[in-house]
Design a protein around this ligand. Structure first.
Ligand SMILES: Cc1cc2nc3c(=O)[nH]c(=O)nc-3n(C[C@H](O)[C@H](O)[C@H](O)COP(=O)(O)O)c2cc1C
Length: 405
């Protein structure tokens, strides 16, 4: 039996296999933040994919922290729509695969990338010249200590709503430069949220503690964490003064996460805005995609070795395309991580894993090409999906919003 197809215990829950559908924003919710028709279509397609865990996309905890006007947003007015969607997903999964996946909600505040009305309205941990080069005209709101002090309760409120909606778990998202992640590199911020590692992690850990207190052990509490950002010192996290990857502080954070009752870490690196190739290895970036994927391997392997009792999801595994499942199996067998995460592949070919189990290989005509077109759609401010493999729905958007521009 393949390791990737074998069950695993995670925080007292049984996963039917080790495949994770990574959080992938479709930017296709209603203005109020509820799942809409394309959201429903995406998740029903995922439901037939046979993954052990579906990590639901970034979902805002406050309106000003939405990354786009159609980002998911959990509040009293949208919770019923989430509940309906989750029950449809479970029903479809049981019907097609014989079991329902665990479903985890990713709670986020988009911070520097907030665009609740479609225009940038950055809320930042600190003024960061590395980021802001060429964007000096933009006005930036540095979030106050009072704002930070109130945020954990917003995460807790969203976690309670996630429970009400029927999610199995929640992720306190701390990656890709969004607000909690940006605080990890707030070395130059004065006050209780900047400077020392203890201060820089305060907001993150306060949110984790608030969420844990809100949902106790009824929900699995996980986190998607950047092992390193790939930015130069002092503006990155997981980097030393020589600008080399340095995981010393990440390892300390993992120890703290464990102490705070977190058992599942979805590990990622880089930043999808400034250095997207680091975050999602692709075929047309400034470095060979294999180099980018090897970096993800190195970071994941090192952190898993440092915190073996935590369960880790590895990212970036869509890049090998037709060899993605074979490569994931090898990575799991080698102990690089415990679970294999697939992001772009789920847009291109949601039944890839079931088809692999049936045929022993993946069809070249359906797998992700790591071409970056799903991201281009998102950056163009429209709905995200795969315009190549799911062309009927997404090619018209690609033509209208990307090619025509
Ligand atoms: C269109 C798009 C949307 C994404 N949305 C999210 C998201 O909501 N939350 C998140 O943590 N990562 C998000 N990611 C990153 C993916 O989860 C994943 O880490 C990345 O694509 C690399 O993995 P892959 O090679 O399997 O695609 C997104 C990536 C893309 C391309």
């Amino acid at each position: 039996m393949l390791l990737i197809d074998s069950p695993m215990q995670v925080c007292g829950r049984t996963l039917r296999n080790r495949v994770v559908f990574q959080p992938m924003e479709g930017c296709d919710g209603t203005r109020e933040g509820a799942p809409d028709a394309l959201t429903r279509r995406r998740y029903l397609r995922f439901a037939g994919g046979g993954a052990g865990l579906v990590w639901f996309e970034a979902t805002a905890v406050v309106p000003e922290g939405r990354a786009n006007p159609r980002q998911m947003y959990l509040h009293g007015g949208t919770v019923d729509a989430f509940r309906t969607l989750l029950s449809e997903v479970r029903e479809k999964a049981v019907e097609t695969c014989g079991f329902a996946p665990l479903i985890v909600a990713q709670l986020t505040h988009s911070g520097r990338f907030s665009k609740p009305d479609g225009r940038p309205a950055p809320m930042v941990a600190y003024r960061n010249p590395h980021w802001e080069k060429g964007r000096e005209d933009q006005s930036y709101t540095v979030v106050t200590d009072d704002y930070c002090g109130a945020l954990p309760e917003q995460y807790a409120r969203a976690a309670r709503l996630a429970e009400d909606a029927g999610f199995d778990g929640v992720d306190v998202k701390c990656c890709h430069g969004y607000l909690l992640n940006e605080f990890l590199s707030a070395r130059e911020r004065p006050g209780k949220y900047g400077g020392s590692l203890e201060n820089r992690t305060r907001l993150y850990f306060d949110c984790i503690d608030a969420v844990r207190n809100a949902v106790a052990d009824r929900l699995l509490v996980a986190t998607r964490l950047n092992g390193c950002d790939g930015f130069p010192y002092p503006y990155g996290f997981g980097v030393n003064e020589e600008n080399e990857i340095d995981l010393t502080e990440t390892k300390i954070i993992l120890g703290e996460l464990k102490r705070r009752g977190i058992g599942l870490v979805n590990l990622t690196v880089g930043n999808p805005y400034l250095i997207p190739h680091v975050n999602r290895p692709w075929n047309f970036g400034p470095e060979d995609g294999r180099v980018s994927l090897n970096r993800i391997y190195d970071v994941t392997r090192a952190l898993k070795a440092a915190a073996p009792e935590l369960k880790f999801v590895m990212s970036g595994l869509s890049f090998p395309g037709p060899a993605a499942v074979d490569e994931a199996e090898t990575a799991l067998e080698a102990g690089v991580a415990d679970l294999a995460g697939f992001g772009r592949m789920t847009f291109a070919y949601p039944t890839f894993f079931r088809d692999y189990l049936a045929a022993g290989s993946l069809s070249r005509n359906q797998t992700c090409l790591a071409c970056g077109k799903c991201s281009e759609l998102m950056r163009a401010g429209t709905v995200a999906g795969c315009p190549v493999r799911d062309a009927e729905v997404y090619l018209p958007y690609y033509k209208q919003y990307v090619l025509r521009k």
